[in-house]
Design a protein around this ligand. Structure first.
Ligand SMILES: NC(=O)c1ccc[n+]([C@@H]2O[C@H](COP(=O)([O-])OP(=O)(O)OC[C@H]3O[C@@H](n4cnc5c(N)ncnc54)[C@H](OP(=O)(O)O)[C@@H]3O)[C@@H](O)[C@H]2O)c1
Length: 253
């Protein structure tokens, strides 16, 4: 039996469904103590029960990443319960959108506050503790759309591109102080988000992202593209942006 103090602690934002749920499940199975947060308490509670039934120590807390006070309370409660944070998986995000000229101002605020500011604030809530201990890992769930912006998902793509830059900059700020920073760029994954968007593709399950989280935790590498075949597409789009502009005109969301 492992000593409790030796069990690492992970915080997962947006763990009530999809990728966050799958990541939390995987971390619990790997022996982490896990704090999970989201707005839908019924779904979050069901996830917590599932993890506890498998023997994990779980703290399930209401969290709205658009609200700075809610993020601070989430991080403080996790620190108080578990004494430390070894890993933050900043996953909470919203998708969709539409053409830029058709967006309501509230949709714009919601997207930027959730996908970008929510991540920045979650990181700031755990970073002082990690830097103080000289140890920790931040994994941000960005998107392939941040590297290959998608028409109709322009603002979403912009928030994810900002996250990729945020991770790169943050890594350069903190790597020499013991804190690793990684960005995961998932392609289309079968979750509520892609179901709502009506993505007409066969998609992998969110467990592929959970696998990437575990790989990055072990290797502390700067990031991963999942599934792997999006990586050459990203390289292609960087090399031939004009050609990709022409192809992208045909895409409709
Ligand atoms: N699915 C894909 O194809 C794909 C591809 C690339 C990247 N991603 C990214 O993966 C992440 C997870 O998305 P998903 O595909 O798993 O979709 P999902 O099933 O809709 O999950 C989104 C999660 O984020 C949470 N969330 C949303 N707004 C929140 C807020 N204000 N405060 C706290 N939690 C909030 C949701 O919980 P509540 O609604 O209960 O708050 C839910 O748990 C997102 O960042 C998304 O951009 C997804």
């Amino acid at each position: 039996m492992r000593e409790e103090a030796a069990l690492p602690v992970a915080l997962v934002t947006g763990a009530s469904s999809g990728i966050g749920e799958s990541v939390a499940e995987r971390l619990a199975r790997e022996g982490f103590r896990v704090a999970i947060g989201a707005r839908r308490q019924d779904k979050l509670g069901a996830v917590a029960e599932k993890l506890r039934a498998a023997g994990a120590q779980v703290l399930a807390l209401p969290l709205d990443v658009r609200d700075p006070a809610s993020i601070a309370a989430f991080a403080a409660a996790a620190q108080a319960a578990f004494g430390q944070v070894d890993l933050l998986v900043a996953n909470a995000g919203i998708g969709g959108g539409g053409k830029i000229e058709a967006l309501e101002d509230e949709q714009i605020s919601a997207m930027v506050e959730t996908n970008l500011l929510g991540v920045v604030r979650a990181v700031r809530a755990v970073l002082p503790g990690m830097l103080g201990r000289g140890r920790g890992h931040v994994i941000v769930i960005a998107s392939v759309a941040g590297a290959i912006p998608v028409p109709g998902l322009t603002l979403y793509s912009a928030t994810k591109a900002a996250l990729i830059a945020f991770c790169t900059g943050l890594r350069r700020e903190v790597a020499h102080r013991g804190v690793a920073v990684s960005a995961i760029l998932p392609g289309f994954i079968a979750t509520e988000m892609t179901k709502q968007q009506g993505v007409p593709l066969r998609m992998p399950q969110p467990t592929v992202v959970a696998d990437a989280v575990m790989r990055l935790w072990r290797t502390r590498r700067r990031g991963a593209v999942v599934p792997w075949f999006y990586a050459p597409l990203i390289a292609f789009s960087r090399t031939f942006p004009g050609l990709v502009d022409r192809i992208a005109r045909r895409i409709r969301f």
